[in-house]
Design a protein around this ligand. Structure first.
Ligand code: 6PG
Length: 470
């Protein structure tokens, strides 16, 4: 009866794909879903893998089907459903049975659950799984968090099912408690910014250069052979190339410009604010997604203020310059993401393995790209360094920031919004300004609140001669 190596609860799209992946890699698996008809349907559709899948109608049968000490993956919607599932499951388990939450949990929840489990003497892991449906089925990127010994118990399974970058599994333990889910959250924040920047250059091509979707698709396909090679550029090309079966128009032209979100990008922005970590490009991308939802007010704005944008003057901006601008924007966005990870690592008492994070993102996940391999090398040399200052990326930025500036300025002149690229440029310019304008902020703070300031020529705290100016 107890012949399954592992169990999985939650046979939604991601859970079902992950279960098939696990079975395919040779691990007998017990599965359970709250709606029992889904469990039998899943088993019936498992094909050749059905022999390795034990479908269970009750939680008791599910627990009994797994070899002790048990390992059980939860793939239920993030939030209360995870707590409810843990509460239902725990009384049926032995003390050393391991629960693994593989959903997109908020890392604060994972910290809380991990603490509760540890106090009760139970092992608990929170793992971030990236790669969408395809990734879950054929090889996701996996970011683990929780007790290292618990990770070691199941790492052979997680590595076997993960994506491989030149034979190296994209599955790594990131640290205690919610470390894995935190890294996954930042992955998603970067995902938002990467997607937004691609959408912005698409907007320049469509509205500024008057290019149709098919031409944009060709550009993305070409870019995917160069330094921008990535899954997101690849799928942007595929999306732009598709034809709507209903109208025969480009599919992209028929998709409403209102983007959805489940909230992980927002979590990244919130955590960055708590940590005082500047992630301006990611913040801008999250805000842009929110503004995309304000369709009615945007339409009113177009009526009130006139339609922006105007087409760009001929040869004001070339495709090559746009590519360079996107390269610069991408480097800056990742530099911000890794800076946030560093800030979290210090603040939460983790030792996040920075180069390994870049390595684990090289395959399987949504932000996989060739640039991540260079980032892994740069972070191996110095894990704490802002990527802007790693020689390889300094060189790239020196070569490309002019194009980013030109793209942002040209687009602004024509009313084309590039919020994430502009935010990246603003970050770059601040990060290379030795004397900023914060002296004015300090003067203002001291003027209205006697907060004091430091002087450029003397140590200590000082006040200004404001009396006669009030
Ligand atoms: C991944 C994705 C995945 C999912 C997000 C998208 O890494 O596989 O990030 O987790 O696609 O839910 O998030 P939004 O719905 O917020 O765009």
């Amino acid at each position: 009866m107890s012949n399954s190596e592992i169990g999985l609860i939650g046979l939604g799209t991601m859970g079902a794909m992950l279960a098939l992946n696990i079975a395919e890699k040779g691990f007998p698996i017990a599965v359970f879903n709250r709606t029992t008809s889904r469990t039998s349907e899943f088993h019936a559709q498992a094909g050749d893998l059905a022999d390795r899948v034990t479908p269970c109608e009750t939680l008791e049968a599910f627990v009994a089907a797994i070899k002790p000490p048990r390992s059980i993956i939860l793939m239920v919607p993030a939030g209360d459903a995870v707590d409810q599932q843990i509460d239902a499951l725990r009384p049926l388990l032995d003390a050393d049975d391991l629960i693994i939450d593989a959903g997109n949990a908020n890392f604060h929840d994972t910290n809380r659950r991990a603490r509760a489990a540890s106090e009760a003497g139970h092992p608990y892991l929170g793992i971030g799984v990236s790669g969408g449906e395809e990734g879950a089925r054929h090889g996701p990127s996996i970011m683990g968090g929780g007790p290292k010994e618990a990770w070691d118990r199941v790492s052979h399974i997680l590595e076997a099912i993960s994506a491989k970058y030149e034979d190296t599994p994209c599955a790594t333990w990131m640290g205690e408690g919610g470390a894995g889910h935190f890294v996954k959250t930042v992955h998603n924040g970067i995902e938002y910014a990467d997607m937004q920047m691609i959408a912005e250059v698409y907007g320049v091509m469509r509205d500024g250069l008057g290019m149709g979707a098919a031409d944009c698709a060709d550009v993305f396909k070409t870019w995917n052979k160069g330094p921008l090679q990535s899954y997101l550029i690849e799928i942007s090309g595929a999306v732009a190339a598709a034809t709507d079966p209903v109208t025969g128009n480009p599919m992209l032209d028929m998709i409403l410009d209102r983007a959805g979100q489940k909230g992980t990008g927002r979590w990244t922005a919130i955590e960055a604010q708590h940590l005082a970590a500047p992630i301006t490009a990611i913040d801008a991308a999250v805000a842009a997604r929110n503004m995309s939802a304000q369709l009615d007010i945007r339409r009113k704005g177009e009526t009130r203020f006139g339609a922006a944008p105007e087409a760009l003057p001929e040869s004001a901006l070339t495709i090559d310059q746009l590519e360079q601008a996107l390269i610069a924007g991408k480097v800056l966005c990742y530099a911000q993401g890794f800076e946030l990870l560093n800030a979290a690592s210090d603040s939460f008492g983790w030792t996040l393995p920075m180069p390994d994070i870049a390595r684990v993102w090289r395959e399987g996940c949504i932000i996989r790209s060739s640039m991540l391999n260079d980032m892994a090398s740069a972070l191996t040399d110095d894990a704490k360094r802002n990527l802007m200052f790693a020689p390889a990326f300094t060189d790239i930025l020196k070569r490309t920031h002019g194009a980013l500036r030109h793209a942002v300025a040209t687009a602004a002149q024509s009313g084309l919004p590039l919020p994430a690229l502009s935010a990246g440029l603003g970050y770059f310019d601040i990060m290379r300004t030795g004397r900023s304008t914060a002296n004015m902020i300090q003067g203002q703070r001291d003027f209205f609140g006697a907060h004091s300031f430091e002087r450029v020529d003397q140590d200590g705290a000082h006040h200004g001669p404001w009396g006669s100016h009030r």
